[in-house]
Design a protein around this ligand. Structure first.
Ligand code: C5P
Length: 300
């Protein structure tokens, strides 16, 4: 049996870091939201395990799909070996949760194949990364703890998102940026609570609540983030927010026309090397489709 999965990217609608913990992680407060930018995975049983990245010039680094397969076997979620084709559409190491979503999609596909419930996957998911439990379920959620304590929220609706993902390579980006936080970057989570409250009321968050603790250290490390801010403003973006540990920045627009206008201007101007994406919020996690007869393992 072959299983195809679409693994969505996520945005952080605000990301506050509250404190450093004794276990080396940080307590955070964030609102996660999945969006309509997807990696595609195709999993087929095989005699030898292999993950092939399709059409991707950049190096993937630490491959979370391989780790998810190994962890699934160690925990008897699957007993076989798999051939996985992975088509990367989500910008890499961009603050959009691409690798985490690929790992979540892999766990869900294996559970589906073995006829097991996805209910027990959260702790395996957390072993793979702090964002992976959210990406198992998708939609919108208020995240606390490391990001794994989740309260589901209604997804944003009736809006479009324009994203700009600068091309930067930063080794162990997330760990580095958490490590460079200063006491003044910490906050109490109140703004994130307000974002959650507006989503519960099915309203749009106040842009001033979409603060992100990584904005300061990121701007200090990457000299061209200012140019990106200015380009968003010149294009008419009502505000600009940072997702995850960056460097993807985004804005939210009420109409497709406004979103296309801003995306087009950003793409034409390209003040720095970057990808511009247009997306909508989505209300679910990985989307699975399975084929009863095994297909030849060709290109996706
Ligand atoms: O959980 P994940 O593997 O994505 O985290 C990568 C690194 O980011 C961790 O090793 C840790 O240094 C840092 N981190 C953190 N607090 C979090 C999440 C990640 O300090 N809540």
């Amino acid at each position: 049996m072959t299983i195809d999965v679409l693994a969505p990217a996520k945005l952080n609608l605000g990301l506050e870091v509250i404190r450093r913990r004794d276990d080396g992680y940080h307590d955070i407060a964030t609102v996660f939201q999945t969006i309509s930018v997807f990696d595609r995975l195709r999993l087929s049983p095989a005699t030898e395990e292999r993950v092939r990245i399709v059409d991707c010039a950049e190096s993937i680094g630490d491959n979370l799909v391989e780790r998810a397969l190994a962890l699934a076997r160690e925990n008897a979620l699957t007993s076989r070996t798999w051939y996985v084709e992975l088509e990367k559409r989500i910008p890499l190491a961009a603050g959009l949760g691409g690798a985490s979503s690929d790992a979540a999609a892999t766990l869900l596909a294996l559970a589906e194949h073995e006829g097991k419930s996805s209910a027990g996957l959260s702790s395996l998911a957390l072993d793979l990364g702090s964002d992976v439990p959210f990406l198992l379920q998708g939609g919108a959620a208020l995240g606390s703890g490391r990001g794994e304590l989740l309260e589901p929220l209604p997804s944003l609706t009736g809006c479009w998102l324009v994203l700009a993902s600068p091309s930067v390579a930063m080794d162990r980006k997330t760990a580095q940026l958490f490590g460079s936080l200063q006491p003044e970057d910490f906050s109490d989570g109140a703004r994130t609570q307000r974002v959650a409250m507006t989503l519960r009321a099915r309203q749009f968050p106040d842009p001033s609540d979409l603060a992100n603790a990584f904005e300061r250290p990121l701007t200090e490390r990457l000299s061209n983030i200012d140019a990106l801010h200015q380009a968003f403003h010149r294009a008419g973006a009502p505000f600009i927010a940072l997702s995850g540990a960056g460097p993807t920045h985004y804005t939210i627009l009420p109409t497709l026309e406004a979103a296309i206008r801003i995306a087009r201007q950003l793409a034409e101007e390209r003040p720095i090397p970057m990808r511009v994406l247009l997306a909508r919020p989505t209300s679910s996690g990985p989307l699975l489709r399975r084929y009863k007869t095994a297909r030849a393992a060709g290109a996706l």
